[in-house]
Ligand binder design. Structure first.
Ligand SMILES: Nc1ncnc2c1ncn2[C@@H]1O[C@H](COP(=O)(O)OP(=O)(O)OP(=O)(O)O)[C@@H](O)[C@H]1O
Length: 257
């Protein structure tokens, strides 16, 4: 089921934050959204998740308008990991992750064996099994971020929309998470991830959508979108492009344009 955006415009606080955005995102791929601060990345992800009102345009998943899909079904289809997801209750990690199964459970029914195993799989996939019995408010920022991702993955969504999931992770966990996102995409999930780091995007993404001032500067395979001209246009930076051992081209910012 493709996730398609057509002619999407969003106004917030009287200002046009997204302007005629169009893209066709495919399952089984990692799509990275990049752009300067305030360029509309989080707003686009919220629009993809059907969480905000649109001025114009459409977001469709498998041809159906996202905002018209029943919320429980939508929650099974789209896993949304917000930026800085805070937890307002002092739950055990296992309980928090189990909340990700709610869209699959019938009202008043306890967790099924499938629910239990999805929770364990999500904890394992995010390297948080050892934290399962800890209280969420005793975790470090990076641990909490991985547990929040586990909550979303426990819901086994068709699409994962993750807004800056690397922000509070150390380099080893960043690389681990990027590998995991690639693994999820290879298993068929559609993965959309907001990133800031150009090198990480070049390593992890199949396609890159570059935003500036709410407009799409480029939506193309990573190698094309993360090239000199689009990056100059989006960020106003010059990059040095360095090939890695696997032949990917890594853009390293070296100065302002
Ligand atoms: N509820 C709101 N009311 C008014 N303006 C808003 C609201 N939410 C976002 N904005 C503005 O919309 C613009 C885009 O915000 P958005 O959070 O989508 O940017 P972003 O690209 O994710 O930024 P960052 O890289 O800093 O996280 C910003 O200028 C922001 O100030």
């Amino acid at each position: 089921m493709d996730l398609t955006v057509s002619d999407l415009s969003v106004t917030l606080g009287g200002r046009k934050v997204l302007d005629a955005v169009a893209a066709r995102l495919q399952p089984g791929r990692v799509t990275a959204i990049l752009g300067p601060n305030g360029s509309g990345k989080s707003t686009l992800v919220k629009a993809l998740a059907g969480l905000i009102d649109l001025d114009a345009g459409h977001v469709r998943i498998g041809g159906r308008l996202v905002q018209r899909i029943d919320p429980r079904e939508r929650a099974r289809t789209i896993g949304y990991l917000p930026q800085d997801a805070t937890v307002h209750w002092n739950l055990a990690v296992r309980e928090l992750v189990a909340l990700g199964r709610l869209p699959h459970r019938s009202p008043f029914a306890g967790p099924s064996a499938a629910d239990e195993s999805a929770v364990i799989a999500a904890l394992a996939a995010t390297g948080t099994l050892a934290l399962a019995d800890r209280a969420v408010d005793t975790l470090s920022g990076g641990e909490r971020a991985r547990v929040q991702l586990a909550r979303v993955l426990a819901g086994t969504p068709d699409w994962l929309l993750a807004d800056e999931p690397l922000a509070s992770l150390d380099p080893a966990h960043q690389l681990g998470l990027l590998e995991r996102l690639r693994g999820l995409a290879e298993a068929g999930m559609g993965v959309v991830v907001v990133l800031h780091d150009l090198v990480q995007a070049a390593r992890a993404a199949d396609e890159v959508l570059l935003l500036r001032d709410g407009r799409v500067i480029a939506f193309a395979p990573a190698r094309e979108a993360l090239a000199h001209q689009p990056l100059r246009e989006a960020f106003g930076v010059e990059v040095m492009v360095v090939p890695d051992a696997e032949g990917r081209l890594l853009p390293i910012p070296i100065g302002r344009s």
